[in-house]
Design a protein around this ligand. Structure first.
Ligand SMILES: Cc1cc2nc3c(=O)[nH]c(=O)nc-3n(C[C@H](O)[C@H](O)[C@H](O)COP(=O)(O)O)c2cc1C
Length: 183
């Protein structure tokens, strides 16, 4: 494998149509990203007819194993930040309850165990939302459990939960400035 620049961004993409295309745009704007693609995210990519087409410095890891070997990189300081965006209600629920049974939930768990700051863009943030389905905008009504799980995640150490695209962009910009300031 080609030599990669470290530390890097880790970015886990899950199977949420909510701001999926916008998150891909945000990934394209970053250099030195390791992208972890959940099985559902791989399917959603096809349904929204999206190409990954990412900068050359990006490495892509797909969820093809039971033990998620790429999480080993977290032990060796390869990541300065993990971004989990967009995060489905499924992934948020698993993260909140400490379940790590696939690539996205494993990288979240290992980031926590290795004290890597994490930014999560949760999808279910309000009782009523407009979201992009493959054929256009639709209304969804996240359940109480989904909203409660988003709230619970906010109490996690070193975890910033953002609720809008602009909050995500601001969080990425702030982290980029912090990294530049600290070399
Ligand atoms: C087109 C499409 C869009 C979806 N959008 C969302 C979404 O916005 N939010 C969500 O929580 N789940 C959404 N789902 C359902 C998730 O993909 C599904 O719960 C999946 O099991 C999540 O797996 P993951 O969390 O491992 O990525 C969507 C599914 C499809 C097919």
């Amino acid at each position: 494998m080609a030599k990669v620049k470290t530390p890097r961004w880790g970015w886990a993409l899950t199977g949420s149509g909510h701001f999926f295309k916008e998150c891909l745009g945000a990934i394209r704007a970053l250099e030195d990203v390791d992208l972890f693609v959940s099985k559902a995210a791989g399917e959603v990519l096809r349904m929204y007819k999206q190409e990954l087409s990412l900068p050359k410095s990006t490495r892509i890891f797909r969820d093809t194993t039971a033990s998620s070997p790429p999480v080993g990189y977290f032990y060796y300081g390869v990541y300065h930040t993990l971004v989990l965006a967009p995060a489905t209600s499924n992934t948020v629920a698993k993260c909140v309850y400490g379940i790590s049974d696939n690539l996205a939930t494993n990288v979240f768990a290992q980031a926590g165990k290795c004290r890597v700051p994490t930014i999560v863009f949760a999808c279910d943030t309000a009782p009523e939302l407009e979201t992009e389905a493959p054929k256009g905008m639709v209304k969804v009504y996240p359940r109480r459990i989904d909203l409660e799980n988003t709230e619970r995640l906010k109490a996690f150490d070193l975890t910033q939960v953002v609720e809008t695209l602009s909050e995500l962009e601001q969080a990425l910009a702030r982290r980029t400035r912090e990294l530049a300031a600290h070399g």
